[in-house]
Design a protein. Structure first.
Length: 156
């Protein structure tokens, strides 16, 4: 049985993402099945059955109003939305929206921190705009004026 962290292996996911040419950096259900099958040694058919079973279990639990908590990943819940009056953007007519239930996913703190740390390290942030830099970093307004005055004094 593979170590539980094998599923998060960068190489499997990166190679799958690279193979997708259509729309950027997203994984489809087929991509996820491919990554898991490669990591576990199971066939794609067996892996698809497991993934389908997981998805149907989550859907059925949410239909029954249950919540699902997966430590280190997040929780699935159903939230109740109150009825309200909305507007049709095309015609401007008022529309009554009935009370309804919405599936909701809340990311765990561990996953949020992990994603943030990984993407922060992978993507260096752009330097702040000049107006947000501290005056010391720019030499300060007085510092720049004094430097210009010194240059004038030296040349005279």
């Amino acid at each position: 049985m593979p170590h539980r962290n094998q599923y998060s292996g960068k190489n499997n996911v990166e190679s799958t993402v690279r193979r997708r040419r259509k729309g950027g950096l997203s994984l489809t259900k087929a991509d996820i099945i491919d990554v898991i099958a490669t990591a576990t040694g199971l066939t794609k058919v067996e892996t698809e059955a497991v993934v389908d079973g997981f998805i149907s279990t989550v859907i059925n639990a949410l239909k029954e109003g249950k919540s699902i908590e997966i430590r280190g990943f997040g929780s699935f819940k159903v939230k109740k939305r109150k009825g309200r009056v909305a507007r049709n953007p095309r015609t401007g007519d008022r529309v009554l929206v009935d009370e309804h239930f919405v599936p909701y996913f809340k990311v765990s703190k561990e996953l949020k921190n992990s994603v943030n740390a990984n993407l922060s390290a992978a993507m260096p942030s752009a330097p702040p705009p000049p107006d947000q830099l501290k005056t010391e970093e720019l030499g300060g307004e007085k510092g720049a004026a004094q430097d210009n005055q010194r240059k004038l004094d030296i040349t005279e």
